[in-house]
Design a protein around this ligand. Structure first.
Ligand SMILES: [Cu+2]
Length: 104
């Protein structure tokens, strides 16, 4: 019974649509570079790499790392987050590819 309850609650969270945020990466810059998300909610980040080179979405604060191939999209789920600022970078182009998730 415990297993069944766990499965039901899992499918419940899958059925409820998680908010999605699209982030474009072009010329090694994220747009938007400042992303506001609701605190306490799981959010789906879609990273659309329009550059001809791979990039790695990397965030120590969010505890996430994801390689995104050239001209491809990568998906990173974050949260639920406490209110605050969570910086991220494109690890391969850290001088320009920078951004922050603001949970509020
Ligand atoms: Cu990394």
């Amino acid at each position: 019974m415990k297993v069944l309850i766990t499965l039901l609650s899992l499918s419940g969270s899958v059925l409820a649509a998680d908010p999605e945020v699209m982030i474009q990466l072009r010329e090694h810059r994220f747009t938007p570079s400042e992303i506001k998300v609701p605190a306490g909610t799981k959010v789906k980040l879609i990273i659309d790499n329009q550059d001809p080179t791979p990039e790695e979405f990397d965030s120590f604060a969010l505890n996430r790392e994801k390689i995104v191939f050239p001209n491809s999209k990568g998906i990173v789920f974050i949260g639920p987050l406490k209110p605050g600022r969570y910086e991220f970078v494109g690890e391969f182009n850290q001088s320009s590819a920078k951004g922050v998730v603001i949970a509020e």
